[in-house]
Design a protein around this ligand. Structure first.
Ligand code: FMN
Length: 173
C-alpha cells in the first residue's frame, strides 16, 4: 500500500513513481489518496507493507496524513516506510544549495514521522524535494522562500526516488 497526501500534486507524482517501482519489482500495489473524501482506510493500516508520504506545510505533514499516521502509530505492527516532500530533499532542492546544506541536518522529523518511529515500525524516512509554482506559497511563506534563495520550478530527483524504491525492495528480500 502506498498512501499519500499532496496539496499541489508533486507528492502524488512521487507516490505514483514509488508504486510503479514496487510493481516493477513484482509487488501488487494499491495507491491510497489520504486527502480524498471519506474516513481513513483501515485496510491500508493492515497492508503487508506500507509506504506513507506527505507534502510538508509549515514543517509538518498535511493533516490528512497526520491523522493516518496517528492511526498507523497506534494500530499497526508491520513495517512502514515514510517519505516527506518539501523544499529540501536529500539530493536536491528548490532553495539555494547553501541554505539547503544548512537546513538538512537541522530540520526535525515531522511529528507524524516521529510518532511512527516511536511505535517501533518505521523502517526508513526519506526526504525528497518537490515542486513549487508562483502563488503556491502565499503570505509570509513567500517572503521566507525568497530570503532562502528559493526559485520556482520542479526540484524532484527521480533517480533518488527510484533508488529509494530499490532499497525498499532489497529490504524485503
Ligand atoms: C502553504 C505551503 C507551506 C509550505 N511549507 C513548507 C515548509 O514548512 N518547509 C518546506 O521545506 N517546504 C514547504 N513548502 C513547500 C512544499 O513542501 C513543496 O512545494 C512540496 O513539493 C509540496 O508538495 P505537493 O505539490 O504535493 O503539495 C510549503 C508549500 C506551501 C504551498
Amino acid at each position: 500500500m502506498v498512501a499519500y497526501a499532496s496539496a499541489n500534486g508533486s507528492t502524488e507524482e512521487i507516490a505514483d513513481r514509488v508504486a510503479d517501482g514496487l510493481r516493477a519489482a513484482g509487488a501488487t500495489v494499491h495507491l491510497c489518496d489520504l486527502t480524498a473524501a471519506g474516513p481513513p482506510d483501515h485496510t491500508a493500516i493492515g497492508a503487508d507493507h506500507l509506504v506513507i508520504g506527505s507534502a510538508i506545510h509549515n514543517g509538518q505533514w498535511l493533516s490528512a496524513a497526520e491523522r493516518f499516521a496517528e492511526m498507523v502509530a497506534n494500530e499497526r505492527d508491520g513495517p512502514v516506510w515514510a517519505f516527506s516532500v518539501s523544499s529540501v530533499g536529500e539530493t536536491s532542492t528548490f532553495l539555494s544549495p547553501r541554505v539547503a546544506r544548512f537546513l538538512r541536518p537541522r530540520t526535525p522529523l515531522p511529528r507524524a514521522v516521529a510518532a511512527i518511529e516511536a511505535s517501533g515500525t518505521l523502517r526508513d524516512h526519506r526526504k525528497f524535494a518537490g515542486a513549487i509554482a508562483k502563488g503556491d506559497w502565499p503570505g509570509v511563506g513567500r517572503i521566507v522562500f525568497r530570503l532562502m534563495g528559493g526559485h520556482y520550478g520542479d526540484a524532484r530527483d527521480w533517480g533518488d526516488v527510484d533508488h529509494w524504491c530499490r532499497q525498499i525492495v532489497d529490504d524485503n528480500r
